[in-house]
Design a protein around this ligand. Structure first.
Ligand SMILES: Nc1nc2c(c(=O)[nH]1)N(C=O)[C@@H](CNc1ccc(C(=O)N[C@@H](CCC(=O)O)C(=O)O)cc1)CN2
Ligand SMILES: Nc1ncnc2c1ncn2[C@@H]1O[C@H](COP(=O)(O)OP(=O)(O)OP(=O)(O)O)[C@@H](O)[C@H]1O
Length: 189
């Protein structure tokens, strides 16, 4: 299926989830991440959910990262690209026009310092390709990171067979975590 059709399909499926399904699936995804071979790193990049858009609630994953004493980095849209800030006890948040809770100020982190990125998505396929909102924010961000950065998709739904219309700028995932299972794409490339 084409990216734009998949975007529509999964936006609709996501909107049909009840708030208790969102909470249960978000918790299951967070707990499943503990089985990933990613926990020996320092800098973990995480998104904070647009709750009104029924995105995965990452609060439990945030607690896991804090419990493991990791450096936690969150994005902010500035001039049509992402900037990244260290999360501290003093970080203040403000919802962007798009509904993302974004840090107001703080210590900026360069992409080359980031070791692991948890990526929001609408759909993914069995090759680790991914569909987001279609703005290319994450594609451009990942392109600035070090080549060995670990890219971990989080998804309420299981993999599609194949996304068509994948572009040369699309960087595939290393792992994707759903409430049911972990997909690893590291062996297939
Ligand atoms: N929780 C969360 N945080 C995230 C993302 C995400 O998908 N989820 N992003 C993943 O990329 C980035 C922000 N993504 C954005 C995507 C679109 C627009 C935006 O400006 N949208 C237009 C409408 C565009 C349209 O409908 O065509 C607007 O609000 O005017 C802003 C940010 C970074 N943070
Ligand atoms: N590294 C890059 N440099 C410049 N433009 C890019 C880059 N990566 C992607 N783009 C552009 O961004 C646009 C959106 O890409 P795509 O449809 O793959 O978005 P997406 O993967 O759904 O969204 P996102 O990355 O925000 O989650 C495309 O027009 C693409 O050409």
């Amino acid at each position: 299926m084409l990216k734009k059709d998949l975007r529509q399909k999964y936006l609709t499926l996501r909107n049909q989830l009840s708030s208790s399904q969102i909470a249960d699936k978000s918790l299951a995804i967070s707990n499943k991440t503990l089985e990933l071979p990613i926990w020996s790193k320092d800098y973990y990049h995480i998104f904070l959910p647009i709750l009104s858009k029924q995105e995965i609630d990452t609060i439990n994953l945030l607690s896991i990262l804090q419990g493991k004493d990791k450096n936690i980095v969150v994005p902010k849209v500035e001039n049509d690209s992402l900037e990244h800030y260290l999360l501290t006890d003093n970080t203040k948040f403000k919802n962007s026009a798009w509904g993302v809770p974004e840090p107001v100020n703080g210590i900026q982190i360069e992409p080359n310092n980031i070791d692991v990125i948890f990526i929001p998505l609408l759909a993914f396929d069995e090759n680790g390709n991914r569909v987001g909102y279609g703005k290319g924010f994450y594609d451009k961000f990942i392109a600035c990171c070090k080549p060995e950065v670990l890219k971990v998709g989080l998804s309420f739904f299981e993999a599609e067979k194949r996304i068509s219309g994948v572009l040369p700028t699309d960087i595939p995932l290393d792992y994707c975590v759903t409430p049911e299972k972990i997909y690893s794409f590291t062996g297939s490339r």
